[in-house]
Design a binder for this molecule. Sequence first.
Ligand code: ATP
Ligand code: MG
Length: 463
Amino acid sequence: MIKAFIERVLPRKKAVRVEHSGKALGIHSEHMSKNAVYVCDKLQRAGFEAYIVGGAVRDALLGVIPKDFDVATNATPEQVRHEFRRAFIIGRRFKLVHVTFGDETIEVSTFRSNRGGEVESDATGRITSDNVYGTQAEDAARRDFTINALYYDPGKDVVVDFMGGLKDVEKRTLRLIGAAETRYREDPVRMLRAVRLAVKLNCSIAKATATPIRQHSELIKNVPPARLFDEIQKLLLSGYANATLAELRKHGLAEGLLPLLDLIYQQPGGQKFIELALDNTDRRVREDKPVSPAFLFASLLWHQVVKRWGEIEAAGEHHVPALMLAMEQVIDEQRETITLPQRFAGITREIWLMQPRFEQRNSKAALRMVEQPRFRAAYDFLLLRTAAGEVEQELTDWWTHFIESDPDIRQELINQRQRAQARHSTAPAEGSGRRRRSRGGRGRRRASGGADGEPSGAPGLGE
Ligand code: ATP
Ligand code: MG
């Protein structure tokens, strides 16, 4: 603690301003968003300093196409807002300005400082408020990694380096600015960022930055759940989710972060399920296809739901109500670590609730189900469960055939199922969602295996 205090009060390694030509470094204003360049230009013409900063500069230098652009300036948020037609001040404690151009938002922040004594922190050293404006050098020193503390002036085509970031770009190394322990205490999310960025950028993590992670992983528990959700979402939608989760586990960061992950990995088939889900998402992200966070969370939490579902059913609850109870319990428990926003949680629930309804193939309900807005997501989820060996291929193939068919053929497919069922009337009926399972043994039938009852017993799907 004392060490942390001294590190906070004493100035960090002296920031020395070094300028390099962008051209010599192989970057150019054309690598940047036109809007970000425009924002810098407009602010500079109004007499302020303004630079593209952080991830975009780093990515461009490392040969990665930057996606989002941040601008840092010595103008206050009010001064920034004044310069643009569509600019909004966001944040109460720490104010930022969002300047919007159609789909693109450029985030403009005023140089901030981390000066000892002027920031508020909690008992663990976590910074809870750092709304102190500062110089550009101070702004560089409060950033997380050296390669994230580079500024690019697109007008002058100059890269400004205070913390030795360019050397680390060359070495493809992520290195925390300042003493790792203090920086992780200030903001434990930096541990996740280190791992996420190392995977995304194909960089190594400097030893002094990597080593303390395991020892400080518990600090993640102090991070507010909503913030953690944002970070986890970024991680899962990075296009490298599978590799990143594997790295997080190596650094001892997965436990406690996503408690469900530990459980999943322990369950037979669980790891395979998650890997398939994440591979699928990674592929889509890299192909620039839309991915649904709700679908992803449905996948991540599914095995916990299945486990709980089985337990509740074994205790005597009916099939579908048991699923509903299990869903609520799992979502509630998850809320303690990572808050799943309501808008996602609703879709996640719908995807889960449709799963037992896929068992019901011999009634008109199948026709109605296909019309539901979440059908596609629920069907994709069924494909995932099938690939993981949880659902019989035959059932999924039937649905694939069903949705690819014209309406009259669809009706005929249902009739066929009805006729087949009549012929085998001694066999257990498919899908009665309401029937109580016989206890003992069989665990969940895959896709749970039975009985096409009238699915009106499956509530909550917005019919
Ligand atoms: P990404 O590729 O995920 O966008 P990024 O580094 O750009 O990575 P942002 O969240 O966009 O991440 O942050 C922009 C910049 O803000 C970072 O490059 C870094 O300079 C600074 N920053 C972000 N998070 C932190 C943090 N936790 N502590 C200190 N500085 C941070
Ligand atoms: Mg960024």
